[in-house]
Design a protein around this ligand. Structure first.
Ligand code: B12
Length: 391
């Protein structure tokens, strides 16, 4: 067979892809919006280091708070520049780790920043250099491990790929070999997160035109295998691996254009949404891996981001009625709390430190069962939680 035909056949599932993606069920829009707001609220917390992953998630969302996003990007840039100490000579400074550097580059792509300047070239060169060091370490180690881990190695490849940068074939071969030789482990178990991140890198690479047909064929086969391993890792409850690896796993399914009609996809999304409603997603890193999924996107979509015509409609605070909606299973109720004699609220707001933070999605059944809507002896704690979950 002609090499070009073989290449086309291997790429076919990807070419045919973005028609029907692994979608989320209709009627989840309030749940998605509350997750959007949850991440947006994180950007307000000046006591925490800004997280590039949170920024990427907000940028991949269908709704934005553009001014806040610009401010957060500025904070990210400042924090990133601070990483190496200015009191240490440049050649002795510790470089940011592969994963952090990669996430920073993903954030810059999510902002559609021009990389054709000294700052851009420096960052890209730095990441290429870092990946070379990782590759050398794999050669050196009998166990074939990189300096950080294969998750970060994959993030590095993905970041260069979405910026349209060509990556050294040797660097790619190390990742391909690791996938083939089942090296993506987390402790002693298969790391579905790492499989998914490597898969996202392969999905991006398979769309580029830099590489030889042999390498593209290897990449496409690796992508198919990763997808199969992820599907095989699905539990009877629907999670891929565990519930925390499921967001990245579904990103991978989205990136490979998996059909909505596939039961694996429907079951996976149902498990994710169920866990979300139960407030199981609390780790901001995982929440930021989940949000793109809820908008039907994956990190591979960063490669084609245009940053134009974005909806600047995400507003924090209680003033917007839609921000006060709480979803309950498949249906949805809207609760407007009107407190006429706000003694309990005064008690809460006078001592904000006593207000416990509400879990990510404080389920509305708790709100209802607590009697928050009819009980005149409403307790401070209940009201605080109810109000903060509605913000
Ligand atoms: C690699 C990895 C590890 C490595 C990290 C060190 C190394 N040599 O690379 C090791 C093996 C040590 C590890 C340990 C654990 N991990 Co881990 N880990 C990951 C993985 C696959 C990638 C993290 C990464 O490199 N990110 C890229 C860099 C740039 O981002 P980062 O924020 O700097 O990453 C750091 C943190 O993520 C931290 N870290 C790693 N695991 C965990 C877990 C928790 C709860 C926290 C707070 C931090 C943390 O270490 C990373 C490297 O410095 C993620 C998968 C994912 N989806 O994120 C799971 C993941 C984050 N880990 C998880 C878990 C459960 C654990 C352990 C509790 C496992 C255990 N039973 O011992 C421990 C806890 C470690 C801790 N710090 O508290 C869960 C977290 C689930 C949750 N509740 O949110 C994840 C999502 C995997 C999963 N699907 O279950 N982990």
């Amino acid at each position: 067979m002609e090499p070009s035909v073989a290449r086309l056949l291997l790429l076919f599932p990807l070419v045919a892809l973005p028609v029907q993606l692994c979608e989320i069920p209709r009627g989840s829009s309030s749940l998605i919006r509350s997750l959007d707001l949850k991440l947006l609220r994180l950007t307000e917390d000046l006591s925490k280091e800004p997280n590039p992953s949170v920024y990427v998630a907000l940028r991949l969302s269908n709704e934005h708070s553009l001014e806040r996003e610009v401010q957060y990007l500025q904070r990210l840039e400042n924090a990133f520049q601070r990483t190496p100490s200015s009191s240490v000579p440049a050649d002795q400074q510790e470089q940011p780790k592969t994963g952090l550097l990669a996430l920073h580059l993903l954030a810059l792509r999510a902002a559609c920043q021009d990389m054709e300047n000294r700052k851009g070239w420096r960052l890209v060169t730095q990441l290429k250099h870092q990946l070379h060091k990782e590759k050398k370490q794999i050669d050196r180690e009998s166990s074939g491990r990189p300096i950080t881990n294969y998750y970060q190695y994959s993030l590095g490849v993905l970041a260069l790929c979405v910026h349209g940068k060509k990556i050294d074939a040797h660097v790619l071969h190390k990742l391909l070999n690791a996938e083939k030789n089942h090296r993506f482990m987390h402790n002693v178990k298969l790391s579905v997160d790492t499989e998914a991140m490597a898969g996202l890198a392969f999905a991006c690479l398979a769309q580029t035109t830099f590489y030889t047909s042999d390498l593209v064929a290897e990449i496409s086969l690796a992508l198919q295998r990763v997808k199969e391993k992820i599907l095989q890792a699905q539990t009877p409850e629907g999670a891929f691996g565990n519930i925390f690896s499921s967001p990245l796993a579904v990103q991978l399914l989205i990136a490979t254009g998996m059909s909505t009609k596939k039961p694996e996809c429907l079951k996976g999304m149902a498990a994710i949404l169920g866990s979300l409603e139960q407030g199981q997603f609390q780790n901001p890193m995982i929440v930021s891996q989940l949000l793109p999924v809820l908008h039907g996107k994956s990190y591979v979509d960063l490669g084609t981001m245009q940053c134009q015509g974005e909806k600047d409609t995400l507003v924090l605070g209680t003033s917007s009625p839609s921000s006060g909606t709480v979803s309950l299973g498949a249906g949805m109720i809207t609760i407007h709390l009107i407190v006429k004699r706000p003694q309990a609220v005064r008690n809460c707001t006078n001592r904000p430190s006593r207000c416990p933070p509400a879990p990510l999605s404080w389920p509305s059944w708790k709100l209802l069962r607590s009697g928050a809507l009819g009980n005149s002896h409403l307790k401070c704690r209940t009201l605080c939680m109810a109000l903060s979950s509605l913000q």
